[in-house]
Each structure stands twice: as C-alpha cells, then as structure tokens.
Design a binder for this molecule. Structure first.
Ligand SMILES: O=C(CO)[C@@H](O)[C@H](O)[C@H](O)[C@H](O)COP(=O)(O)O
Ligand SMILES: [Zn+2]
Length: 190
C-alpha cells in the first residue's frame, strides 16, 4: 500500500507516533485517562483502541484507562436529540474529562464539527489534544498538542494507516508502562 509505505518513510509521522505514545503514557501514569472519538469508520477505530487499552494488546497486564465516546447510544442519542449532533463528543468531554486526561481526536478531514467542538472543550478544561488526521488536517491541525498526519487525502486510506499507527501507539504505551511484562514479549515496537 503506497500510503502506508510513504508514512513509514515519513520522519514526522514516525516521530508523532513516538511522541503520542509517550504523551499518553505520561497522562496514564499521573492518573489521567485517554478519551477517543471519531465519526463513521473512525468511531470504530476509537472503540477498537479503547478496547486495547482496557483489555490488552500484546501481553497480559493491568488494564489501562481508555474510553471511547462513541459507544453509549443512550448518551449519543440524548445529546444528539436535545442539543445537536455537533455536541455529542464535546458534552461528554465536559462531563467525563478531567485536567490531565488526553483526548485522541480521529478525523480524516480534520474538519468534523463535533470533533472540533470537543477539541475546543478539551483544551478549555486542561485536557491534552492528540489528533489523528490526514495530510492537511483541516482545522484540527492547529488545535492539537500532537498531530499525526497520514500523507493522503483519501478517507479510507487515511483510516487504514490510522489503525496501524494506533496499534503502534498502544504498543508503545503498553511497553512504557509495563516494562517487565514487555521484556518477556518478543515483537519489537521500536
Ligand atoms: O469509514 C468511512 C470511510 O472509510 C466513513 O464512515 C467516514 O468515517 C465518514 O464519512 C466520516 O463522517 C468522515 O469524517 P472525518 O474523518 O472527516 O472526520
Ligand atoms: Zn470506512
């Protein structure tokens, strides 16, 4: 896949993976949590990665505090119906987020309104913002603490690389937080 090859040769992309892994590990060590959100396929990615955090990725270890904001249909429909779809994530960030948490915003365009509102609320509440996006990153790009850009403008191709990057990030977090267990695991995440 040409986009994955281009990403793997892109120093900024690789550095962002390392920086994001370190940033999330720092937050979790300090008692924070990682909140994930996205629309459509990226909602699936948010859930997928939160699942790795709370359950496990590569080896048995204690659960990590990860939460997808895309899963509770009562919450999503109540907010969507009573306030509007643009508020479905921002209201959850306001209610569930705490200073020191990390919000992982997954948007291929970088311009989804509900994600941008959530980013705004996160920043206002002392929550670090990590963006997973595409080549340009839209309005998200300038609002992130760390932004991972996949060098493509195609939503499905960007998403395919997002999940590769998210697995790598999760592996780095796991390795950073559970060094002893990680030393017994064979595959390298460097
Ligand atoms: O999965 C796909 C396309 O692969 C779609 O469901 C896609 O996620 C949706 O069109 C999203 O609404 C796109 O939003 P975003 O990535 O621009 O924030
Ligand atoms: Zn898709």
């Amino acid at each position: 896949m040409a986009v994955l090859r281009a990403a793997s040769e892109d120093e900024a992309f690789k550095q962002a993976i390392v920086d994001i892994g370190a940033r999330i590990a720092d937050s979790l060590r300090a008692g924070g949590k990682a909140l994930f959100a996205g629309n459509g396929g990226s909602a699936g990615d948010a859930q997928h990665i939160a699942g790795e955090f709370v359950s496990r990725l590569n080896f048995d270890r204690a659960p990590l505090a990860g939460l997808a904001l895309t899963t509770d249909t009562s919450v999503l429909t109540a907010i969507g119906n009573d306030y509007g779809y643009a508020d479905v994530f921002s209201r959850q960030i306001a209610g569930l987020g705490r200073p020191g948490d990390v919000f992982v915003a997954i948007t291929t365009s970088g311009n989804s309104e509900n994600i941008l509102k959530a980013v705004h609320v996160a920043r206002a509440n002392g929550i670090a913002v990590i963006g997973l996006t595409g080549r340009q990153g839209g309005k998200l790009a300038s609002a992130c603490d760390i932004c991972l850009h996949v060098p493509s403008d195609s939503t499905p191709l960007i998403q395919q690389v997002h999940i590769v990057a998210a697995h790598l990030i999760c592996g780095l977090v796991e390795n950073a937080m559970f060094a002893e267990e990680a030393s017994r695991y064979q595959d390298s995440y460097t």
